[in-house]
Design a protein around this ligand. Structure first.
Ligand SMILES: [Mg+2]
Length: 266
């Protein structure tokens, strides 16, 4: 292992397999850098996948201590929010802060891995104490001016190294899935429906409004809206046109009565 080369160079902290890369290699503790390792420099947020990775590692029994050259309020707030011990203003790569952090965790150098995004502070500081260090690509390009200057030195030292999983660096595993190209293709044409399906029950079509030019013409109801016409009385019930209504109002007089009456009054 070269002094100025990380023991492993990865694109994102989530590429560290907790079971295989930490527990399997005897690392029970991690000294964890903050800025651009787990917290974005521009928006000061812990990406969701990074937060989930931290939770998984802690559930697996890995002990953490935050180790940062930053001393501002934000790193203290983050430590409280994550409920993790913190050594701030660490002046990495100098050893004292590393040793303080190890003491806070009750950890040995051998069983502790250093993870950070800067070669000249995180990796060199770990190597000065004989500890292993994983270098991760910064979460975002935005950073402090002096850090950006140091990155030029890093490029001279490790520019030939290719981070693992670089193609996945900017992926957001927990973001909503983008629809695939296949999902964006138009739906295939539906097969022709069976004959009985081609004539579904249609709701009655409302009658068109009468034209303004014919305001007095009532709207004709649609065929479906027409109610059955009331049953017409039988034809025999209709009075003949030449019969006087007064005659119809009189009950029919039996022929016998007419004869008797005529005889009585005659
Ligand atoms: Mg950093």
């Amino acid at each position: 292992m070269a002094f100025f080369e990380p023991d492993r160079y990865i694109s994102r902290i989530t590429m560290i397999d907790v079971k295989q890369d930490l527990i399997g290699r005897g690392f029970a503790h991690v000294l964890l850098d903050i800025d651009n390792t787990i917290l974005t420099r521009d928006t000061h947020e812990v990406p969701r996948d990074v937060g989930l990775w931290l939770a998984c590692a802690r559930d697996a029994g890995i002990g953490f201590c935050l180790l940062s050259n930053n001393w501002h309020r934000g790193v203290h707030q983050l430590a409280r929010r994550l409920e993790l011990p913190l050594v701030s203003h660490a002046m990495k790569p100098l050893p004292p802060a590393f040793l303080i952090a190890l003491r806070k965790m009750g950890a040995s150098r051998k069983a502790t891995l250093v993870v950070g995004d800067q070669l000249m502070t995180d990796v060199v500081g770990a190597h000065l104490l004989g500890m292993k260090a994983y270098l991760v690509c910064p979460l975002v390009e935005h950073d402090l001016k002096h850090t950006l200057i140091l990155r030029n030195a890093e490029a001279l030292l490790i520019g030939h190294l290719q981070p693992e999983g670089l193609g996945c660096q900017n992926s957001a595993p927990l973001s909503p899935a983008q629809p695939s190209a296949a999902a964006q293709t138009p739906a295939p044409a539906q097969p022709p429906a069976a004959a009985w399906e081609l004539a579904p029950a249609q709701p009655p079509v409302p009658a068109p409004a009468p034209a303004l030019a014919q305001p007095l013409a009532p709207a004709q109801p649609s065929a479906a809206a027409q109610t059955p016409a009331p049953a017409q009385p039988p034809a025999l019930a209709q009075p003949p046109a030449d019969v006087q209504p007064s005659a119809l109002a009189q009950p029919p007089v039996p022929a016998q009565c007419l004869a008797e009456g005529g005889a009585r009054h005659g």
